[in-house]
Ligand binder design. Structure first.
Ligand code: HEM
Ligand SMILES: *[C@@H]1O[C@H](CO)[C@@H](O)[C@H](O)[C@H]1NC(C)=O
Length: 304
């Protein structure tokens, strides 16, 4: 009886979670992969796990190596001048592009991101009829690449007012298509006019993306300077934080000492950071009370 009760609670909670993420799941009857994809795609906290397994080529985090790449090499494809020699000249109207969903035009599938059109026919399992990402084909649904809102309202080329991390995400997706598929032209819309010339909005968008890239770069450098601590919690031992040479996912040849790291002086926004000796007098750092300054582990919450 007790078991049955627990089971029904779990089932009910599960249904509630599904209904919350995508109500159509409980009512609609579209392709199951698309349906469940909506659920998964909204569980963005899973992204680090996916990235870890390398599932998401397009969303792979720009690790330190690619951070350096952005710093030392010429701008990436998406931020290149639109007059590059290999720039395709074809310009699609929205109506024209909409034909390329894999059912007309000899089964060809095109998608657009930031106004650039890519031939993704090779990925028809994803983008073709019934594919988990079919909603991207035949349109410029740039915004949905980072919001995960795969509805008509979400699949638009308006990318105003996004978070910095979203602009970085968009840049990474555009670079992914540039690398893995064929860039074949432009679509008339927010980014390009009917002649394929960049619009004012295009230049504005470049600014958003550049600013976000710069911010991300600085953030990455900061994260390597102050990697996160490992955290352990056991009811009988309380909570302890500790440093290791790979804590916070930052592999390094030093371990560091646990400190409270404030996002700014006087800020309440704080996390645990591992700091190396040379950084210990940084004003953003505070030692943990009752923890020796040279300890690698600090008890921050005593056992109950
Ligand atoms: C904003 C959210 C997401 C977007 C915009 C998105 C978009 C995409 C796109 C465009 C592809 C095809 C890439 C290609 O052409 O090779 C893809 C592949 C894939 N996605 Fe997502 N995705 C999202 C979230 C997720 C989540 C949360 C999961 C799973 C929990 C997931 C699982 C997969 C898998 C398994 C593939 C196939 C990867 C491969 O075989 O290379 N996606 N995604
Ligand atoms: C990190 O620590 C492990 C053992 O704790 C050691 O085997 C490894 O060599 C260390 N790596 C570096 C880069 O120091």
């Amino acid at each position: 009886m007790n078991k049955l009760l627990k089971l029904s609670i779990v089932v009910l909670l599960g249904a509630a979670v599904i209904a919350w993420y995508d109500p159509s799941l409980l009512t609609g009857n579209t392709n199951p992969f698309v349906k469940y994809h909506h659920v998964f795609a909204k569980l963005t906290f899973l992204n680090p796990v996916l990235e870890f397994f390398g599932i998401h080529h397009g969303k792979r985090p720009s690790s330190s190596s690619s951070t350096q790449k952005t710093a030392d090499t010429p701008p990436e494809p998406v931020t290149e001048s639109s007059k590059a020699a290999n720039e395709p000249t074809r310009v699609f109207t929205k109506e024209e592009l909409a034909k390329y969903k894999g059912e007309e035009e000899g089964g060809k599938i095109y998608i657009a991101i930031l106004g650039k059109v890519f031939d993704v026919t090779r990925g028809k399992d994803y983008y073709g009829p019934g594919g988990g990402y079919a909603f991207f084909s035949g349109i410029d649904g740039s915004r949905a690449f980072v919001t995960g809102t795969f509805t008509a309202e979400g699949l638009i080329d308006d990318i105003e007012g996004l978070e910095k991390s979203d602009y970085v995400g968009l840049r990474d997706w555009a670079d992914f298509y540039m690398k893995d598929y064929t860039y074949i032209g432009k679509v008339e819309g927010k980014f390009y006019d009917i002649n394929g010339n960049p619009t004012k909005y295009y230049y504005q968008a470049q600014k958003w993306i550049k600013a976000a890239s710069k911010y991300k770069e600085e953030e990455d450098i900061f994260k390597e300077k102050f990697p996160m601590c490992n955290v352990d919690y056991k009811p009988e031992e309380g909570t302890r934080v500790w440093c290791s040479n790979a804590s916070g996912g930052v592999k390094r040849d030093w371990v560091g000492f646990p400190r409270s790291l404030y996002s700014a002086e006087g800020s309440k926004n704080v996390r645990c950071a591992c700091a190396q000796e040379s950084d210990l007098d940084d004003p953003l750092l505070k030692p943990y009370p009752n923890c020796p300054l040279d300890a690698v582990t600090c008890q921050i919450v005593p056992p109950k």
